[in-house]
Each structure stands twice: as structure tokens, then as C-alpha cells.
Design a protein around this ligand. Structure first.
Ligand code: SPD
Length: 436
């Protein structure tokens, strides 16, 4: 049975490989995106829209990743000819610094008279942040922001007080031992911990948030590692994408996470009667964005440009937001209107949508108030020092196991010992029967 199944799978893989290789590469678009980052049906709708605009067929091969660094290493090795990829800000910066990106070229859109949603809708707030990431090259010529948000703490108020969740120290608070989740995202954990450790220097103006975002000194790495090692025994997991579910199922009470996952988790939890909340700790945090780029190994830059443009269409942005919980980097007024809920308190979004949006009733987790944004900064590429961070991360993850790992291991050892004991008993009773 197993053999038949294997042969069918191999045959299917060969058929699909042959049918793909029979296709002209210009009719294929390879997209590499974060998992859970696009609404259902959007890819099909893109294929249909592309046909309408250009008269050509396109087949999207859609692949996903969960960790920035593993995605980057694939691109750096140059083994994959992805046409469009969606890395985070500091990774875009790194790709730009290392000559791994192609500039956007709108000629194709102009030829078909297709409306340019990229230029029209990208929020100036994001464009300004982008333009600062590389002083020599305007990053906006190489990338288009897709989603953005903050890093903070998702917590379960039934077990965790708001006061405790308002500080990054919560990740090593003994009250929540065994119920703490960390993102498997080294930079997104490093930055808040460093901000926490340097809070006095920040308050006194000795150092700025922006400076901390580029701080890869041995001293800071060692300090962050020490705090993470202290937190580790109480950490029940380093998760790439499952943390939000663990929170809805009450398996964890505290999760260092991204605002979009928080929105998703809060809604899902409410549906099963669990209340969750999200907070950006008082000491400060990171604001981040993930953006579309075209790697230098791309084979279909034209379709890639249409794809990025399609993602900037307000109706598509709204669909993606509603399904993923994340917030589109789209400054179109209709995107904002789609999120207004008169039952909510007003938020100051003038920094994102312009002056008229200084008091709009939207979910403050989705769209952070100006006051929250003012205590957040964008992460920056560390260049060669990234290796030091990855080593530190391996030390933290690979050393002493966390509480839950110990429990699982303990149960497994007991189960194996129990099974061995039982089988020994069985054997000896069989032997004694034989002997009798
Ligand atoms: N499931 C999609 C998650 C994407 C979140 N990206 C955040 C990156 C912050 N550096």
C-alpha cells in the first residue's frame, strides 16, 4: 500500500514538473511569501486580472516561509529563481546592500495602461521609513511595503495583569513560568530585550531607540543572551507561526508576538470564549514592515510588477487585512474607512493617513496610536554581525531545555521505562510459562 502510494506521489511530481517545464517561464510567476499572509482566492483573482490587463496567461507558483533568515539564506545561495519575495525591512536593507535586488520598472504597466496602485497608495509614512534605510540608495525604488505593525505582548488577562504585560520583563516573570512563548525571530526578540535593558539610558537620552536598532556590540549581545537564558526555563516554546493558536487554546498566557498575530488571536479566542489582549510595552519596541521585492535571480520581472501592483489595490489590501489580522501598508482612504468602528475610542493616525485622520475610531492594535509609534523604531541590517546574533540565538534555543520540553521529555522517559518494564514482565512470564 505504502509502495503504491509512493509511486503515485512520484508520478504526480513528475507529471507536474513536466507540465511546468513545458510551460514558458514567462507564463509562470514564482511568489515567496510569509505563511498566512494573503486572503483566500487572491492568487486566482490575480491570474484572472493579469489576463485581463495583458491578454496573457499566468500561473502563480506560491511558496511560503515562516522565518526571515531561512528565506534570506535561500536567496543568498541563489538556488531559487523566485520572482517576488516579501522580506522584512532589515532583510530588504541587507539585500539592497548586497546587490540582491532589481529596481522596480513600471514600463510594463504603462504599456498596458494599467493603473499604478503602487505609486498611488503606498502610505508616505512607510515610504519615508523606507527612504531612510539606505542613505545611498532610495529603497523605495526596490521595494513596496505590503503589511506593517508593531512587536508586543499578547497576554491572557485572566492570568496575567496588564501591569505585568506592560514590561518586557514579563518574559522572565516567574508567575508565568511554563506559559511564555517567544517568536522564533532572533532580531524581533533581541530588539525589545535590548530596549528593556537600556531603558535608563533611553530615558536619560544617553542613547536613542534608533541607535539601539543597529547595536550589535558584543556587550549588548551578551546582556540580551543573559536575560534570555534567565527566561528560557519558563519558556514553553519558540514558535514561528503557531503561537497565536497556542494562546487561543490557553496553552500559553504570554506571547512575544506581532500585532497582526495578536488581532487574529484575539478574534479567534473570543469565538471560543477566551479573552486575550495585546500591548506594546512601555519601554518601547519595534515598528516593522514586510515589503515586496524582486530578487536579482527573478525570471519574470514583468509579472512580478503586476503582482505587486495588484496587492496595492485597496480592495485586495482590505481582503488580505480581514483574513490575516495584519495591517496593509496602504494609505488609501477607503482602506481606513473599511476599518472604522464607531464603538471604539479615537486613535491618532495622522502620521499614516494625513492630518484629517487625527481622531479615527479604529482598532488600536491594528493601527497603533501616534503615542505608541513614537516609542517604536525600525530594525536595521547588521551586515556581518548578523552571524553573531544567529550564534547567540542558537545558544539560547539549543542550551537548557524549557519547562515544557522537560515535562514532555519526562513523560516520554517514564512511558518508555514503563513499556520496557511491562514487556520484560510479559517476556519473563512467557518464559516461566514455557519452563513450566
Ligand atoms: N504570518 C505572517 C507573519 C508575518 C509577520 N512579519 C513580521 C516581521 C517582523 N520583523
Amino acid at each position: 500500500m505504502n509502495k503504491i502510494f509512493k509511486s503515485v506521489a512520484v508520478a504526480a511530481a513528475i507529471i507536474s514538473a513536466v507540465s511546468l517545464s513545458a510551460k514558458d517561464r514567462k507564463d509562470i510567476l514564482k511568489v515567496y511569501n510569509w505563511s498566512d499572509y494573503i486572503a483566500e482566492g487572491v492568487i486566482d483573482d490575480f491570474e484572472a486580472w493579469y489576463k485581463e490587463q495583458t491578454g496573457n496567461d499566468i500561473e502563480v507558483i506560491y511558496m511560503t516561509f515562516d522565518v526571515n533568515e531561512s528565506m534570506l539564506s535561500k536567496i543568498e545561495k541563489g538556488h531559487e529563481d523566485y520572482d517576488v519575495v516579501c522580506p522584512s525591512d532589515y532583510i530588504i536593507e541587507r539585500m539592497l546592500n548586497n546587490g540582491l535586488l532589481l529596481p522596480l520598472d513600471f514600463d510594463a504597466l504603462e504599456k498596458t495602461g494599467t493603473e499604478n496602485y503602487i505609486v498611488k497608495n503606498t502610505s508616505p509614512y512607510i515610504r519615508n521609513m523606507f527612504s531612510q534605510i539606505n542613505p545611498k540608495i532610495d529603497a523605495n525604488k526596490y521595494s513596496v511595503a505590503f503589511m506593517w505593525g508593531t512587536t508586543g505582548i499578547i497576554y491572557n488577562p485572566e492570568f496575567v495583569s496588564k501591569e505585568d504585560a506592560s514590561t518586557w520583563n514579563v518574559i522572565r516573570n516567574p508567575k508565568y513560568f511554563g506559559k511564555i512563548l517567544l517568536k522564533d525571530a532572533p532580531r524581533d526578540v533581541y530588539a525589545p530585550v535590548l530596549i528593556y535593558l537600556k531603558q535608563d539610558e533611553l530615558k536619560s537620552g544617553k542613547v536613542t531607540l534608533q541607535e539601539l536598532m543597529s547595536d550589535s556590540s558584543d556587550e549588548s549581545l551578551a546582556a540580551v543572551e543573559a536575560m534570555l537564558m534567565e527566561a528560557k526555563p519558563g519558556v514553553c516554546g519558540f514558535e514561528a507561526d503557531l503561537g497565536k493558536e497556542q494562546m487561543t487554546k490557553n496553552r500559553a498566557w504570554v506571547s512575544l508576538n506581532w500585532s497582526g498575530d495578536a488581532v487574529w488571536a484575539i478574534e479567534e479566542a473570543a469565538a471560543v470564549g477566551v479573552t486575550l489582549d495585546y500591548i506594546v510595552p512601555e519601554e518601547g519596541s519595534t515598528v516593522w514592515f514586510d515589503g515586496w521585492v524582486i530578487p536579482k535571480y527573478a525570471k519574470n520581472t514583468e509579472a512580478a510588477t503586476y503582482f505587486i501592483n495588484f496587492m496595492c489595490r485597496p480592495d485586495i489590501a482590505i481582503r488580505n487585512m480581514e483574513e490575516t489580522g495584519y495591517i496593509a501598508a496602504n494609505g488609501a482612504w477607503e482602506v481606513l474607512e473599511s476599518q472604522i468602528d464607531e464603538s471604539l475610542d479615537p486613535v491618532d493616525l495622522s502620521y499614516f493617513f494625513g492630518e484629517e485622520a487625527d481622531s479615527v475610531r479604529v482598532d488600536p492594535i491594528l493601527y497603533p496610536d501616534r503615542a505608541v509609534i513614537e516609542r517604536c523604531a525600525l530594525e536595521h541590517d547588521w551586515g556581518e554581525d548578523t552571524e553573531k546574533l544567529l550564534d547567540m540565538w542558537q545558544n539560547v534555543k539549543g542550551s537548557k531545555a524549557g519547562a515544557v520540553t522537560y515535562i514532555i521529555l519526562g513523560v516520554a522517559v517514564l512511558a518508555i521505562a514503563g513499556a520496557a518494564f511491562a514487556s520484560k514482565k510479559k517476556k519473563s512470564s512467557r518464559h516461566s510459562k514455557k519452563r513450566r
